[in-house]
Design a protein around this ligand. Sequence first.
Ligand SMILES: [Zn+2]
Length: 132
Amino acid sequence: MTMTAKEPKYVAPTVYPETQKYWDAASDGKLLVKRCLDCGEHHHYPRESCPFCFSERTEWRDASGQGAIYSYSVMRRATVPYVIAYVTLAEGTTMMSNIVDCDPDKLRIGQPVTVTFRPSDGGPALPMFTPV
Ligand SMILES: [Zn+2]
């Protein structure tokens, strides 16, 4: 089963000043991650200061969009079943998202995925992932 024909309406995220650029990029089909200039770690969600060393010297980077499923749950009781997952990006940070255009029964931990974008209900596009 694929989820292209019927997909849930995705709730629009709340956009804060520190995440505005992230959501603007998502609407342009680009995934951004924040990287700390002091310790070099990438992080997600985008924040003003690094969650590892609290440095405020962070920069936006274009993410590769490649990652792997860290964990996932199939929401079968929803009107339209969907998959929530933690995806570890190639950059090393992990983000919660949805896996779309997939057969939920064939997903596995460690599966390579690539970013794709879905419209939200009245807000910016949402980065989601699909099996490679
Ligand atoms: Zn840092």
